[in-house]
Design a protein. Structure first.
Length: 256
């Protein structure tokens, strides 16, 4: 019998299992994290996943993320970053499950996970912020082009290697990473919770993490989550039009 891909709900439940693992490790080791993006909207508006959402997003202050990426070890999960995975094409981490896989050239690839975005320090003045954003996006956009080039070759079955490792892409991502590291999170008044957007805000909006219900658990969220969501989404309690209520991400995944 041919193996069937995970359904949307099966994906959500596996994401939830990964979130519980992150929460366990962060709680035991004093690390801060916050639910973010559609996951935070889901917690506030639905007490769980947005029904059609097909990913899960959290944010971590850079100092906490660096500790997580340096010390986290598990037989059942792995954290992928540009520091330990030459194929990883993002400026954030992904905590992946070893219970679920995709397939690349007939072999399992363990890239199913929750996105762990980084909250970076940011400059205080509007002019400095605009220049900082410009410089970061200059480097990021170059990385995007390299990733698209690789993905195009893979789609055309012209990628010449047995892995997706791409040294040139990795080096480009580190150029953007060094720009983020210029501003210390702990001493900055402003922060840039970088999920790909340009929104810089006062650090006090995130404040001390508080727990909110999400599915069958309670997980950390920004202290002033209403302000964070309003800055990012406007009226976040308003449901989108029905034709926008569908999964966003591509990818086919299977249980092992």
């Amino acid at each position: 019998m041919e193996q069937q891909p995970l359904t949307l709900r099966e994906r959500q439940l596996e994401y939830l299992r990964i979130l519980k693992e992150l929460d366990r490790y962060c709680t035991e080791n004093g690390l801060r994290y916050y639910m973010g993006c559609g996951t935070l909207i889901g917690a506030v508006r639905h007490k769980g996943f947005i029904p059609w959402d097909d990913d899960l997003d959290v944010f971590m202050p850079r100092p906490d993320f660096m500790k997580l990426s340096s010390y986290y070890q598990s037989d059942d999960f792995s954290l992928h970053t540009i520091r330990n995975d030459m194929s990883h094409p993002y400026l954030f981490g992904r905590l992946c499950s070893h219970k679920v896989h995709s397939v690349f050239r007939g072999k399992p690839r363990y890239d199913f996970g929750i996105d762990v975005y980084i909250i970076n320090g940011a400059p205080s003045t509007s002019e400095e912020q605009k220049e900082h954003i410009r410089c970061v996006f200059k480097q990021k956009n170059r990385a995007i082009k390299l990733n698209r080039f690789r993905n195009r070759l893979v789609a055309l079955k012209m990628w010449p290697f047995n892995s997706l490792d791409f040294t040139l892409l990795n080096k480009q991502l580190f150029k953007a990473e060094r720009l983020f590291e210029k501003y210390d999170f702990e001493t900055s008044e402003y922060i840039w919770p970088f999920g790909g957007g340009r929104l810089i805000m006062k650090k006090e909006n995130y404040g001390t993490p508080i727990r909110l219900p999400f599915e069958d658990g309670v997980f950390f969220a920004p202290e002033h989550y209403h302000e964070v969501l309003t800055l990012g989404y406007g009226d976040y309690m308003q449901l989108p039009p029905e034709d926008k209520r569908h999964p966003y991400h591509k990818g086919i995944f299977y249980y092992n």
